[in-house]
Design a protein around this ligand. Structure first.
Ligand SMILES: *[C@@H]1O[C@H](CO)[C@@H](O)[C@H](O)[C@H]1NC(C)=O
Length: 132
């Protein structure tokens, strides 16, 4: 337990943000296999499963620059996340968009998003989007 905590503390370097977009073949697509256009900056498509499966919802109605703390069932339960075009969204393991050294690594996400959050899987408690 002590060793785990120590390892987690050492792993969190709080370095510069990484910009990651998921593989194009893993993005939400319509029946014609086109990427689903999402064009309201600030909206964020979230799914509880990887590859845009499970329970999904477009988190909407949030102003750019505002912190969004996720509610049930999405809080610390998202495996895919895709901001609409025109915004870049930073994610946090803590509520209130406070960076923490338990964040796996700094992560800022752009459209079309990430279909498998990997180290961030089931860890996002809050996020904030700004104009890209
Ligand atoms: C995570 O999402 C799944 C699918 O919606 C749901 O069944 C489960 O209760 C959620 N878990 C939490 C802790 O919210």
């Amino acid at each position: 337990m002590l060793l785990q905590g120590l390892t987690a503390a050492l792993a969190a370097s709080c370095a510069a943000a990484s910009y990651i977009a998921g593989g194009a073949d893993m993005m939400p697509r319509d029946a014609s296999r086109s990427l689903v256009a999402r064009t309201t900056p600030g909206n964020v498509y979230t799914c509880t499963g990887t590859g845009w499966t499970g329970t999904c919802k477009t988190q909407s109605g949030k102003a750019l620059g505002a912190c969004v703390t996720l509610g049930s069932p999405y809080a610390k339960n998202i495996s895919s996340i895709g901001p609409d075009a025109g915004a870049v969204c930073t994610v946090f393991t803590a509520t209130g968009c406070t960076a923490s050294c338990s964040d796996p690594f700094p992560l800022a996400i752009v459209y079309p998003g990430i279909s498998n959050l990997g180290a961030w899987d089931n860890k996002i408690a809050s996020y904030k989007c700004v104009a890209a």
